[in-house]
Design a binder for this molecule. Structure first.
Ligand code: CDP
Length: 229
């Protein structure tokens, strides 16, 4: 049995990429790489160290200096940066906004590109983000562009935040998503867009289970064989 195929999952915020990518990776026994967590981690450390979000060179140097690790635990995927577990901290809304700003900087993107390509080089990987099918793994055997209406995505994000005890209005969550979509789609370097050969799945009104089943079906058609860990 070979090492497995590369599966790229791209799409806007709260389209369900993370949930789907994680579950597909588990089902196939593949590695999962959350590239959004890397941009979020660069943003978190920049905020902590006071590196201005306009300082491309400073942010690029910071991104190149960080050591990233991913580990599964009972609570799910843990993100480790320079030996520190930042899993909860990087999920704060302010960090998401800062991540989108940091992600517009070419210096940051090129610092993370080599690492992300290396993580995909051996195959047997599910990687999610904004530019995986277009820039990071253009030869991936399976590319999925996962979308959903902005209202549905705002409802999901709002419910997620309420469940975490964050007191925020639906309207504010929707506005923030809308703004981040625009920033991610309009930036000059590696904007969010569907690769020509990506399969579009609109998850509006679909349960995560149905999306996972659809992606697994496509993965099997493209040669993936489940070898659970
Ligand atoms: O979880 P959510 O969908 O809200 O966002 P994320 O996937 O964690 O990504 C956070 C931010 O990082 C996005 O808004 C993008 O600006 C940026 N990002 C990117 O530019 N390229 C990637 N491959 C992944 C994330």
């Amino acid at each position: 049995m070979g090492p497995g195929i590369c599966i790229a999952i791209d799409g806007p915020a709260s389209s369900g990429k993370g949930t789907v990518a994680r579950r597909v990776a588990k089902a196939l026994g593949y590695a999962y790489v959350d590239t959004g967590a890397m941009y979020r981690s660069v943003a978190l450390v920049a905020l902590e160290r006071g590196v201005p979000l306009e300082d491309g060179l400073g942010l690029g140097a910071l991104a190149a200096s960080l050591r990233f690790g991913f580990a599964w635990s009972l609570e799910g995927l843990r993100v480790i940066v320079d030996g520190r577990d930042v899993s909860s901290r990087i999920r704060a809304e302010a960090v998401g906004q800062a991540a989108s700003a940091v992600a517009t900087r070419p210096e940051v993107r090129s610092a993370l590109l080599a690492l992300q390509r290396e993580l995909g080089a051996a195959g047997g990987v599910v990687m999610d983000g904004r530019d995986i099918g277009t820039v990071i793994l253009p030869a991936a055997e399976l590319k999925v562009y996962l979308d959903a209406s902005v209202d549905e995505r705002a409802r999901r994000r709002h419910a997620e935040l309420c469940a975490r005890g964050v007191d925020v209005r639906y309207g504010a969550v929707r506005a923030e998503l809308h703004q981040r979509d625009a920033q991610d789609k309009q930036r000059d370097v590696a904007p969010l867009r569907r690769a020509e050969d990506a399969v579009l799945i609109d998850s509006t009104g679909l349960e995560a289970d149905a999306v996972v089943r659809a992606v697994l079906q496509l993965a099997h058609e493209r040669g993936a064989v489940a070898h659970p860990v």
